[in-house]
Design a protein around this ligand. Sequence first.
Ligand code: FAD
Length: 318
Amino acid sequence: MKVTDHIKNAKGKTLFSFEVIPPMKGSNIQDLYDNIDPLMEFNPPFIDVTTSREEYIYINKGNGLFDKRITRMRPGTVGICASIMHKYQVDAIPHLLCGGFTKEETEYVLVDCHYLGIDNVMALRGDSMKDEPYFRPVNGGNAYASDLVAQIADLNEGKYLHDNFEVAHHSDFCIGVAGYPEKHMEAPSLITDLRRLKEKVDAGADYVVTQMFFDNNKYFEFVDKARAAGIDVPIIPGIKPIAVKRHLQLLPQVFKIDLPQDLIEAVESCKDNKAVRQVGIEFAIQQSKELKEAGVPVLHYYSMGKSDNVQAIASQLF
Ligand code: FAD
């Protein structure tokens, strides 16, 4: 079922959902199930599965020289979605990236998704690769998430890239996109970034999931500004519980977000990461309670492959 229909059917009740990361290639999918299992008691109507960007690896040729190759360490997003849907009878949402894929490759992935009965896809640009200073699409790839949304919307009308025959049965994907309460790191301003978000919605996006934030006022202001900019689709808040001390440096550095001073001080005063995890859980519970009281459609958790803290948070809310 479409995310937008799940929200409609909930009739104002806040739903619980979360995101998982595919295991490293070669490892067993059981690890993933072990992390999903404890969260199923909170009845997530959908689970997101991320897609990783490619990485450069260097193969030692043995003569002091290295070959530079490109690989993807966590492939398998669509296959994992199919297995989650089969095992748990919930919707699974693959994240599709512009980065690293030609439009043709994206079309084939979408065809697979349609065959597998996947009703929702999350359309994202992806970040630059680690060694690159800025994002570059591959030749013949989508440059922005709005281009990817447009490609999916075309497919929803039965328009394939190069074929001009009429198709009787075609996809009807519900399309999610990313939104940034503290603006995307490359955007010159929040207002410009919101205009870009509006372009994604105008191209066919049906809902927005936000980047993590730790100050609810930033989410509330973002929603107000988005509504004023004519964005009228559901805006689902993304919540990340702090789990280790290193997050104090890492999260602002990687995601260009601010952390509240009281959270920083509470984490800094922790003796070990077990205590940090508890602080992160308590902070996320308070944050989630306020968002739920404000009537957000869904609380979406970034589990980063570990479910114990999300389980502790959800048990206080759902
Ligand atoms: P876009 O919407 O394309 O925006 C990227 C930047 O370009 C913004 O600064 C925007 O303002 C600007 N822009 C947009 N259109 C134009 C235009 N026409 N001209 C000029 N500038 C423009 N990454 C992954 O690798 N895998 C994942 O699974 C993944 N999941 C995510 C899930 C969520 C909910 C979120 C919030 C992020 C996720 N990301 C993921 C990270 C995401 O790929 C990065 O944040 C990326 O840098 C931007 O992606 P986007 O889809 O927001 O890009």
